[in-house]
Design a protein around this ligand. Structure first.
Ligand SMILES: C[S@@+](CC[C@H](N)C(=O)[O-])C[C@H]1O[C@@H](n2cnc3c(N)ncnc32)[C@H](O)[C@@H]1O
Ligand code: SF4
Length: 387
């Protein structure tokens, strides 16, 4: 039973870079705008310290994926990325084919750093294209045009083995006809992976204020559903089926780092506002670090880490997290693993009721997965099963 949920072959490292040049009005990620230059040397030292402290707690792991997320990691100097990767390799073993992803904003300035990232070891980029319509990009507060974004995709294609890009749909005023054209144009530029997010109005963002004032209207439920269904059909027909609620890939080209989260693997979270799930002493820990960059720096410099919360998860909490993450995946969850984590099986009567509505199905291999009609009501399905 010890380390029942530790997949010995997978260990991920998430690195958070918390700065952006400007704040997009829909975004509630831990990102901060600073007008003075960022002292990257000081951050490199602090990242090295926090990596060393984390590795002392979780020694001997083989790293299968590293993900630089943000904020805007493509604002980092390539030397900063290289130094962080060297530190990860010093404290853990890197698997021969470690997936190393960096999130990039598709501006022309950031594109000039791509070769440097490749030389530092990055082998996959994920570009925040968001839309292929300049007027929409302006309302989303983006600082790049559609052409600049497409140019960045072309540069990425020439430099990295793998790339993906993000689009946001179900935007204000978006018609199914317009989305079809935009998605088809995007697929023509895509390789093996696309992330397609429905616009979420996050609390305490400028978009939430505009919506409350009646100045921003997002598509109603029926239109959102039509846009979602269309997205699934078009992507599947193009060989990019959804492997997760918002993520599409050619089979085999899924983002291994994100799969690790959804399969409830083990990962370290390094940097301001990063989350980790580490297994230590046979227990799974949910760890979170200080969000404010300067406070995180000071904490790390004073005590070797920026952790502000470290909770040992009860088996029922682990089982709920496993359910919540795993049901996002088209492959669903292994019911046996749920039983091992929870110490009890999932309620068969609830599964049968949900299956009766056509929202979930079980497979002969003992998996439970959400169906095409279940995904639009995923939150309710998870809440029902977890209750
Ligand atoms: C960490 S963010 C962005 C990375 C990068 N800074 C950028 O903006 O290009 C990852 C992705 O989440 C998506 N996203 C962020 N906020 C969202 C929201 N409120 N609704 C839907 N998608 C969102 C965007 O597509 C974004 O590219
Ligand atoms: S969407 Fe990206 S660029 Fe915009 S504020 Fe969020 S993290 Fe920064």
């Amino acid at each position: 039973m010890a380390n029942a949920n530790r997949d010995a072959t997978s260990f991920g490292v998430y690195i958070h870079w918390p700065f952006c040049l400007s704040k997009c009005p829909y975004c509630d990620f831990n990102s901060h705008v600073r007008h003075a230059a960022i002292d990257e040397t000081r951050f490199v030292r602090a990242f090295a310290t926090e990596i060393a402290t984390t590795a002392a707690r979780a020694p001997g792991r083989t790293v299968s994926s590293i993900f630089f997320g943000g904020g805007t990691p493509s604002l980092m100097q390539p030397e900063t990325v290289g130094a962080i990767l060297d530190t990860v390799a010093k404290h853990w073993t890197l698997a021969p084919n470690t997936e190393i992803t960096l999130e990039a904003n598709p501006t022309s300035v950031e594109t000039t750093r791509f070769r440097g990232y490749r030389a530092a070891g990055v082998n996959r980029v994920s570009l925040g294209v968001q839309s292929l319509d300049d007027a929409v990009l302006a309302t989303l507060g983006r600082t790049h045009t559609a052409q600049e974004a497409l140019d960045a995709v072309a540069v990425a294609r020439g430099i990295f083995e793998r790339y993906s890009f993000d689009l946001i749909y179900a935007r204000p005023g978006q018609t199914p006809l317009a989305w079809r054209a935009e998605l088809e144009a995007a697929i023509a530029q895509a390789a093996e992976h696309l992330s397609l997010y429905q616009l979420t109005i996050e609390a305490d963002t400028p978009f939430a204020t505009l919506r409350a004032l009646g100045k921003l209207k997002i598509p109603d439920d029926d239109t959102a559903r039509e846009l979602y269904d269309m997205t699934q059909d078009i992507c599947a027909a193009a060989g990019l089926p959804a492997y997760e609620v918002s993520n599409h890939a050619r089979p085999g080209a899924e983002c291994r780092h994100n799969l690790l989260y959804w399969r409830y693997g083990e990962y370290a979270g390094i940097g301001p506002g990063a989350h980790g799930r580490l297994i230590a002493g046979g227990k799974r820990h949910a760890i979170a670090t200080e969000k404010r960059p300067e406070s995180w720096l000071m904490r790390v410099e004073a005590s070797g880490h920026g952790i502000v919360s470290d909770e040992t998860l009860l088996s029922s909490e682990q089982a709920d997290e496993f359910l919540l993450m795993g049901l996002r995946l088209a492959e669903g969850i292994d019911l046996e693993r749920f039983t091992r984590l929870a110490g009890r099986p999932l309620d068969i009567a609830r599964i049968e009721t949900l299956a009766g509505y056509g929202f979930v199905e079980t497979t002969p291999e003992g998996r439970l997965r959400v169906t095409r009609s279940g995904f639009p009501v995923l939150d309710a399905v998870v809440a029902d099963l977890a209750a």
